[in-house]
Design a protein around this ligand. Structure first.
Ligand code: MIG
Length: 848
């Protein structure tokens, strides 16, 4: 049985569906929107009515956020709905309108929008400098004559719409969510059509997710465009022509949001305002996770966890893949393999291990006939009657074709049914079904196959006439495919919120649409266990972070094919600093747990896993920044050094927050590499050796060492090494790395790590500043912010310095020199350590 599926799976893996490339969509042949005939305004928008009955509405949502919505040869519809948008109640910014014979000019405090009347061309300028930031290359256009119909997924579902922008001579492009491509997307084109693409390599497009949001950067100035259209969409950043960057879709509205920076970080904050913020996941989601397709029976799970603990390897989470179910029936348990799930999860929990179960959208198609019995016990046999299918049919929640027949895709259970997640009551039902997991102690949900994949036909053609309610619109697959996963994630997240009110939901998804960060974290699907796969993971994580998804990661060691100890070790040297750090492997792959290639590799992997847990206070604080500001944890250097052109293409290095720079090894037999250090002071994390940035250096990188640097000016909060989150009390210590002016600072974020109470002020932010003075060093600990109380504990400050102090004074009183645990200080081999009691009060430490 297992063999069979494995073969099916491999066959799918090599079947490549060739879509028409974006280059083939010649948008210059499309019908241009008519000239402006009249202009009207209301409180927050300007409506341009055109000579051809088209309309364009420009809406001012914020000084740096302008929406452009257009309809062609008809008025703009009253219906205005998007599953991606989180915020609609904007308070109108100050703006004014000036009309001249040739143009219409709208100005907010930050952006000026100039609309030429004939032809209708839109240009965005910096309101202060007048510099053009982004300008139409040609008028908005649509496929009035159906020229592109033969290339469209569903020619009956919509009309191709497009917008075209002038391509800057030196413009760089970032974002677009999950793409198997490098960081800078200039001279590339892409299609968005959520697709199950096992074993994808660089250049494969589309893959699982759709996030139609990109950033343009030229001369250090950035803008963003979110083309909120869920139909199959196209982005061409100067691939088909060196004149233009264009985007379009096979239906729906021309509807985009223009974000003005000039800083990328500011744009990401605004994008998070518009499409929502990532809530904090439970802190243990940052722990190390282990998965396999599939661990069963329960003795196998026990053995994996036993090995972890016996080998002193950190582990927070085990994932159960599709074989825990009864013949792939979601929301059931296979009693032969897992006779007592609750007992097992308690056993694991006692060892600090949480369990995540996979949930696929395919519900086994199992008409009950005469056998029907309403057994909704997920542990009971569903052989004769399957409660999820029965209920879905009875409530009419499954997707149907236009002719009213149930849509029956083939996925893991064989013939299946998909839920219409656009129905609020179906989402609620689906969410509540997760009691099958939460009742027995499952801690999180892993959503797979939600492109949605269909073994009958991966292009979606088999689903072309499937209708979704879509808020009463009864639209078809062409519009709904790309939002299917977003809505499944929403159903799951909201279900877990209801089922476990005191706990933060933990959801991870493969497919998505923009806005998914409100409900789910993600991983990059079925990668390859190759060096190319590892190298590709870095720009992928970075691009996702630049597209509103901060909690990202990929299967450590790669999913498909055979890895080896060196690749696995180097993979950990990337993923130990990615938000999602999970080792996972396909069903027929060579085993890949950290010990599988022998002690030498295992010892190095342990070192990095331990370091991840030591860095947990830093990682968690940086994740909270991502939650609050939309600026991701795992960053390309361009995000921190936007004015430094040497960072624009840099995607074999990354930063964690503002303070850590990592330059991993991405090829075999490599023991040194070049590293670009941007301006400022940098410290080698391992040796404390100081560098002045703005240059390229060569550093050694034997297998046990990943080149890693700390920014001068940083204070890195660390904690004890642990084998799972919460194993030991959090006793933070602070590593101080002064900049050229002798200054450094940080803010440590803490909360209970599990409940949503942080949303109501139950957190603690402790900011710490250090500065070199004429006499020595002074450290300030500010009064903590927030209501969360930490137990009284010792704060340690550690600094590598040539200074030999004679006295360390805390709030005017001398601290004892020496001692090990209580308040005091010592200088040892160039390292100065100062310990004080953290009593929740402000303190000043004077080192002389
Ligand atoms: O058709 O559940 O990406 O992580 O192990 C393959 C089995 C289905 C694909 C996921 C992978 C998972 C696998 N799944």
């Amino acid at each position: 049985m297992k063999r069979n599926f494995s073969i099916t799976f491999s066959v799918l893996a090599v079947t490549v569906f060739v879509f028409s490339s974006a280059a083939a969509q010649d948008i210059t042949r499309l019908e241009k929107i008519g000239d402006v005939a009249s202009v009207t305004r209301d409180d927050n928008s300007v409506l341009l009515s055109c000579t051809d009955n088209s309309q364009v509405r420009i809406t001012m949502l914020a000084p740096d956020l302008i929406r452009v919505r257009a309809s062609f040869s008809k008025p703009i519809s009253n219906r205005d709905h998007s599953w991606a948008i989180d915020k609609t109640n904007w308070s109108t910014p100050r703006w004014n309108l000036v009309e001249t014979t040739n143009a219409v000019a709208i100005k907010t405090a930050e952006v000026e929008v100039i609309i030429r009347r004939s032809p209708l061309l839109i240009e965005f300028r910096d309101a202060k400098t007048g510099a053009v930031v982004n300008a139409d290359e040609r008028p908005l256009a649509y496929d009035a004559k159906g020229l592109l119909k033969s290339m469209m997924f569903d020619p009956d579902a919509g009309v191709f719409v497009a917008a075209s922008k002038k391509l800057g001579f030196d413009e760089h492009f970032y974002g677009l969510g999950e793409k198997a491509s490098r960081l800078d997307k200039r001279r590339s084109s892409f299609i968005n059509w959520n697709s199950d693409t096992p074993g994808y390599v660089e250049g494969r497009d589309p893959i699982y997710q759709t996030v139609p949001f990109y950033l343009g950067l030229e001369n250090g100035v950035a803008y963003g465009i979110f083309f909120d259209n869920s139909y199959r969409s196209y982005f061409d950043f100067g691939k088909s022509s060196q004149q233009r960057a264009w985007f379009g879709a096979e239906g729906g509205e021309m509807n985009y949001y223009f974000f003005y920076g000039p800083s990328i970080q500011k744009i990401l904050g605004r994008y998070a305002d518009l499409t929502g913020r990532m809530p904090l996941p439970p802190m243990w989601a940052l722990g190390h996770q282990q998965s396999r397709w599939s661990y069963y029976p329960e003795t196998m799970v026990d053995e994996v966890v036993r090995q972890y603990r016996q080998r002193d390897l950190p582990l927070d989470v085990v994932h159960l893949d599709i074989d825990y179910m009864q013949a792939y029936r979601v929301f059931t348990w296979n009693k032969d393999r897992f006779p007592n799930p609750q007992g097992m999860f308690q056993r694991l929990a006692a060892q600090g291990v949480k369990t995540v179960t996979i949930v696929d959208p395919g519900v086994k198609h199992q008409p009950a006939g005469a056998q029907a019995s309403a057994v909704s016990d997920p542990l009971a046999s569903q052989e004769n009657s399957y409660y999820v299918f029965n209920e879905g049919v009875a409530r009419n929640y499954f997707q149907k074709r236009k002719d009213g027949r149930l849509f029956v895709p083939r996925v893991w259970p064989g013939e299946s049914a998909f839920v219409d997640y656009t129905l609020p009551e179906a989402r609620r039902w689906w969410g509540d079904l997760h009691r099958a997991y939460t009742d027995v102690g499952v801690a999180g949900i892993w959503m797979d196959m939600n492109e949605p994949a269909d073994f009958v036909d991966q292009t979606g053609k088999n689903q072309i006439d499937v209708v979704s309610d879509d808020e009463g619109e009864n639209s078809t697959h062409a519009k709904n495919r790309n939002v299917f996963a977003l809505l499944m994630a929403r159903a799951t997240y909201e279900g877990l919120e209801r089922l476990q009110p005191g706990k933060r939901p933990y959801v991870i998804t493969r497919a998505a649409y923009a806005g998914v960060q409100r409900y789910s974290t993600m991983w990059t699907g079925d990668t390859n266990s190759t060096w190319d796969g590892l190298s590709l993971s870095i720009p992928m994580f970075q691009s996702l972070g630049l597209s509103g998804q901060p909690f990202v990661g990929s299967d450590v060691g790669g999913f498909m094919g055979r890895g080896n100890g060196e690749l696995l070790t180097r993979s950990y040297q990337v993923s130990f600093l990615a938000p999602f750090c999970r080792n996972h492997k396909t069903i027929d792959g060579y085993d890949q747990e950290p010990w599988r290639f022998g002690k030498h590799y295992e010892d190095i992997i342990r070192k990095y896993l331990k370091l991840r847990y030591e860095l947990m206070p830093f990682l968690y604080s940086t994740l909270e920044t991502a939650h609050r500001t939309g600026v991701p944890l795992f960053r390309p250097l361009v995000l921190n050094y936007q004015d430094d052109s040497s960072t624009y293409n840099l995607d074999d290095q990354f930063m964690v927050g503002d303070d850590l720079l990592v330059a991993p090894i991405l090829s075999p037999n490599t023991i040194n590499r070049l590293v670009y250090l941007p301006r400022g002071t940098w410290y080698d994390y391992w040796t404390n050796k100081k560098y002045t940035g703005g240059t390229m250096i060569r550093v050694d990188a034997p297998l046990e060492t990943v080149p890693m640097f700390v920014r001068g000016g940083a204070i890195i909060p660390k904690g004890p090494a642990m084998n799972f989150v919460g194993e030991k009390p959090a006793t933070p210590y602070f590593l101080i790395y002064p900049d050229a002016q002798g200054k450094a600072q940080t803010t440590l974020y803490e909360d209970d790590g599990v409940s949503p109470a942080y949303k109501n002020g139950l957190y603690r932010k402790t900011s710490v500043q250090a500065s070199e003075t004429a006499r020595g060093i002074s450290i300030t600990v500010n009064a903590p912010e927030g209501q969360f109380k930490t137990p009284s504990r010792i704060f340690s400050f550690i600094i590598s310095t040539s200074l030999s102090p004679t006295q360390v004074v805390l709030d005017g009183r001398a601290l004892p020199n020496g001692g090990q645990s209580g308040p005091g200080w010592q200088k040892n081999g160039g390292i100065l350590t100062v310990r004080i009691a953290d009593d929740g009060k402000p303190h000043v430490i004077d080192i002389r």
